[in-house]
Design a protein around this ligand. Structure first.
Ligand code: PLP
Length: 378
């Protein structure tokens, strides 16, 4: 009997690298430098090299990475920040928390990401930042977004929590890593992300030395030197143990992403002939690292398909069921109810993410696809 099919399988992944991980953790335990230990600086450097950026600053989680970025950019209440309406809550939540105004815009129905023309159309005299989210493992079309931002003197904060290791092709033909293009890039090391630790963690990337200093200050109680606080900050740190684990796992990231890509290709081939299923699109400008493998099916059949799969011991999840502008949390953030955005509204009814992780076998994928086929064509 094959292993049960899971959305993610972190246990099997750990078993393959356990001796290295255990050794790395033991080293931290023996050193007793649990906070701000040498493992943190070492990992920050390794990740900077991997991404091709000047500075990496570890923090407590991906949500903090976004919040600290916006704080370090000195945005003030009333400033407008453009975000996609089809994303995880964290992206928009920190904007609300800082009393900035989230301007939620629609996404491309095939890539799920921001469209440059919509970004341009949403810009006002109050716009201070754009937060493109590289959703499900593929970047937004960054070159035009960066050009628009430069023209209007607006900051770009990349939410790269789901696309660590993905690449983007710039207009000049160079290939760069997701998260390395904006004023800052943000990521999460939540266990299930493409580069995950064994608890919570996050990081901010930038090529701007002054901004890097500000980010470090904001993340450390606004402190310029010990017990001298120049601004209101937060307390947000990457633990030494998590950094040590991440140093081990970073070495495997490209192989992990290749395994996800291989699984995605296998899904594509098994699903190609099922008329009701739209498989995920690959944009010509990006590589896709498949944080999620998200299909689209007819809205009226989506929930029944999910229930049928569950009855066959096959998990599947809906990322995301509610457009950001319909979340109750944002009800008081706008004077009038926002009109639904066509693509976001439709995606929330149509998407279904299938099991996707580094340990999926072709046989398991075949079982998932056979079940989907049976559901539609019995
Ligand atoms: C996971 C995630 C975050 C937040 O990361 P945490 O570490 O859970 O705080 C932010 N944005 C997106 C798109 C995410 O997927």
């Amino acid at each position: 009997m094959d292993r049960p099919i899971q959305m993610v399988d972190l246990k099997t992944q750990y078993q393959h690298i356990s001796s290295h991980v255990d050794e790395a953790i033991q080293e931290v335990l023996s050193s007793a430098q649990y906070v701000r230990g040498p493992q943190v600086a070492k990992f920050e450097k390794e990740l900077a090299t991997y991404l091709g950026v000047e500075h990496v600053i570890g923090c407590a989680n991906g949500t903090d990475a976004l919040q600290i970025s916006l704080m370090a950019l000195d945005l003030v209440p009333g400033d407008e920040v453009i975000v996609p309406s089809f994303t995880f809550i964290a992206t928009a939540e920190v904007i609300g928390l800082l009393q900035l105004t989230p301007v939620m815009i629609d996404v491309d129905p095939s890539t799920f990401n921001l469209r440059p023309a919509d970004v341009e159309a949403a810009i006002t005299s109050k716009t201070k930042a754009i937060v493109p989210v590289h959703l499900f493992g593929q970047t937004a079309d960054m070159q035009p977004i960066l050009d628009i931002a430069a023209t209007h003197n607006i900051a770009v904060v990349e939410d790269n929590a789901q696309s660590m290791g993905a690449t983007y092709k710039m207009a000049d033909g160079t290939t760069v890593k997701a998260g390395s293009m904006g004023d800052t890039g943000c990521t999460s090391f939540f266990p299930a992300k493409n580069l995950g630790c064994y608890g919570d963690g996050g990081a901010i990337f930038t090529n701007d030395a002054d901004l890097a200093d500000k980010i470090r200050m904001v993340a450390n109680h606004g402190q310029s030197r010990m017990y001298y606080h120049d601004r209101i900050g937060v307390n947000s740190r990457l633990d030494s143990i998590q950094a040590a684990i991440l140093s081990v796992k970073l070495k495997h990231l490209d192989a992990y992403n290749a395994a996800r890509q291989k699984a995605a290709k296998t899904y594509d081939s098994f699903l190609a002939n099922i008329e009701q299923v739209v498989t995920p699109a690959r944009a010509s400008y990006a590589s896709h690292v498949f944080h999620q493998y998200t299909i689209q099916v007819p809205a009226e059949e989506r929930d029944a398909l999910k229930a049928y799969l569950a009855s066959q011991q096959i998990p599947a999840n809906i990322y995301y069921p509610v457009p950001m502008y319909e979340q109750k949390a944002f009800a008081s953030h706008r004077p009038t109810k926002m009109e639904p955005l066509v693509h976001t509204a439709s995606l929330c009814q149509r998407v279904l993410s299938l099991p996707m992780h580094t340990e999926l076998s072709a046989d398991q994928i075949s079982r998932v696809c056979q079940a989907i086929n049976l559901f539609f064509n019995k």
